[in-house]
Write a protein that binds this ligand. Structure first.
Ligand code: 5RP
Length: 219
């Protein structure tokens, strides 16, 4: 199977975790696009979606699925999203699609985070994928120096602004041995809006697309 076929497989498999009548938290990316397309086949059985990006909102609406304002919702039973990397504890690097801030906000509303990913995303230690960090522009130089002190090289993602109108730094060269600790530390740096380490909002379970089929990993 191709990588895209594996993404489609787990996108469909995630439907099993969507309760009837639910408002569904919806992430961002090519794997989630498959989930949205699958969700459309049962749109009459959900109350709507809270979306983590303008891109996902547009795709949901194109399918006739109502997109609700996150602020109008107190709790979601489930949030379904992809990942750039996921480790053996359900900690993830996210933000390859520049939606990390809204993704973390919607994940925070959810009882359960269902990560959908093809097998290439499964890693022992986070950090081979460049770590995305959404930042306030005037803090870019200082945040870059702070990452250098940790052994990381931060570069601005050229030509990219998030849905919040902000730049993204991608940080290479980090081997993230303690994701919750590093997430907490980076969160303290002035000018950091969101770091793409999802440890405090890690996956509850992962549906991993493999050549043998969908592997469910519970954390
Ligand atoms: C977007 C994300 C995505 O979940 C992540 O980049 C994975 O994307 P894809 O499903 O296209 O491989 O965090 O900000």
């Amino acid at each position: 199977m191709t990588q895209d076929e594996l993404k489609a497989l787990v996108g469909r498999a995630a439907l099993a975790f969507v309760p009837d009548g639910a408002i569904v938290g919806v992430g961002t990316g090519s794997t989630v696009n498959h989930f949205i397309d699958a969700l459309a086949t049962r749109k009459d059985r959900i109350a709507g979606a809270v979306s983590s990006s303008e891109g996902s909102s547009a795709r949901l609406r194109a399918h006739g699925i109502a997109v609700l304002d996150a602020q109008a919702v107190q709790r979601l039973p489930v949030y379904v999203d992809g990942a750039d990397e996921i480790d053996g504890h359900g900690c993830m690097i996210k933000g390859g699609g520049a939606a990390l801030t809204r993704e973390k906000i919607v994940a925070d509303l959810a009882e359960r985070f269902v990560c959908i990913a093809d097998q290439s995303k499964r890693v022992a230690v986070l950090g081979a994928f460049p770590l995305p960090v959404e930042v306030i522009p005037m803090a870019v130089a200082q945040i870059t120096r702070r990452f250098a002190a940790l052994g990381g090289t931060a570069t601005l993602r050229e030509g990219v602004r998030t849905d919040n109108g902000l730049p993204i730094l991608d940080v290479r060269g980090l081997a993230i041995q303690d994701p919750p600790a590093l997430e907490t530390e980076i969160n303290q740096w002035p000018g950091v809006v969101t770091v793409g380490i999802f440890a405090r909002h890690r996956a509850s379970l992962c549906l991993l697309g493999t050549a043998q089929g969908v592997q469910q990993i519970d954390f």
